[in-house]
Design a protein around this ligand. Structure first.
Ligand code: PEP
Ligand code: MG
Length: 312
């Protein structure tokens, strides 16, 4: 098997009937880029920026953030790198954030909610991101979106930051793609409207499963009740793809489910454009894509999804 996977390096992610899909990687720090390159990842679909905030005892400065983003963008050369803005919350306690204790941290002050509540903090991260955009092909992605207004407010801050940089004579790219994570049922349900605001969607199936099924993703006792194969989750994904494509934007999956080979055919059938997975999952996934013939499977899968999809 190892030999087969080795032989797939440099090969396209294309089905027997010629459908292609992009396979990108999830990373958590600049050191992970090496694994992306070794495994022939097509880009980075999710760079979790939390490491910058977790490994220190005060807010990382704009320059510290800039250096980390710049390193990843330059190492990835002309390949796309999607960096997610800070996704901490009351579950990840960081002393210097002084987050109040909450009874339900998963439904509390986290991710984009913190960024919009503390615009100066957000602005620092956005300035670092736009400065780094001059060194590669950057996408910026906002986590835990539920409403159109949140996205508009975040985009407005991006515009302000760009104006500032321009006035200061600091270079940045005008081609930064702006996207959002679809990881709440609200975002999935509103995806027709949200698609008009952004350049791409990336579905966070870890949280989407948690919030759709009302199942704490950290509670292992829930066992089979936390089931990302639940038809409710898959139907939401299908709806999100339809709404994205109707509006001419692409849609990926960056939650764990993207690497689930029992669903690769389903993702191809519903039209997912990109799967972002851990670097070691790239070649097994490429193999699964290349073994698939969607002429044989699409109708059956879409039918199953809309009738009585059997969770495995
Ligand atoms: C997700 O929720 O699926 C996701 C990719 O984000 P995280 O696991 O970092 O919450
Ligand atoms: Mg998430």
């Amino acid at each position: 098997l190892q030999r087969l996977l080795e032989s797939l390096k440099g090969q396209p992610n294309i089905t027997k009937d010629g459908k292609s899909i992009r396979i990108y990687c999830n990373i958590g720090s600049p050191e992970d880029v090496h694994a992306v390159q070794v495994n022939d990842g097509g880009g980075i679909g999710l760079f979790r920026s939390e490491f910058l905030y977790l490994n220190c005892d005060d807010y990382p400065t704009e320059d510290q953030q800039f250096e980390a983003y710049k390193q990843v963008l330059s190492d990835m050369e002309d390949k796309e790198v999607i960096i997610r803005t800070c996704d901490i919350g009351a579950d990840k306690q960081i002393g210097y954030f002084n987050l109040p204790k909450e009874d339900n941290p998963a439904m509390g002050m986290r991710a984009l909610r913190i960024s919009l509540t503390r615009p100066d903090f957000f602005r620092t991260q956005l300035r670092a991101l736009f400065r780094a955009s001059a060194f590669g092909k950057l996408g910026i992605m906002f986590p835990m979106v539920t409403s159109v207004w949140e996205v508009r407010e975040a985009k407005k801050l991006c515009e302000e930051v760009k104006r500032e940089l321009k006035a200061e004579g600091i270079p940045y790219s005008e081609d930064v793609q702006i996207g959002i994570m679809i990881e709440t049922p609200a975002a999935a349900i509103m995806s027709d409207r949200l698609a008009k605001e952004v350049d791409f969607f990336s579905c966070g199936t870890n949280d989407l499963t948690q919030y759709t099924l009302a199942c704490d993703r950290q509670n292992n006792d829930l066992g089979r009740f936390y089931d990302p194969h639940h038809p409710a989750v898959l139907r939401l994904l299908q709806m999100v793809v339809e709404n994205a494509h109707k509006n001419g934007i692409w849609v990926g999956i960056c939650g764990e489910l993207g690497a689930d080979l029992t669903l690769t055919e389903t993702f191809l059938a519903i039209g997912i454009d990109e799967l972002s997975v851990s670097p070691r999952a790239v070649l097994p996934l490429r193999n699964a894509v290349r073994m698939t013939d969607t002429r044989e499977s699409s109708a059956r899968i879409l039918d199953a999804l809309n009738n009585e999809y059997q969770a495995t």
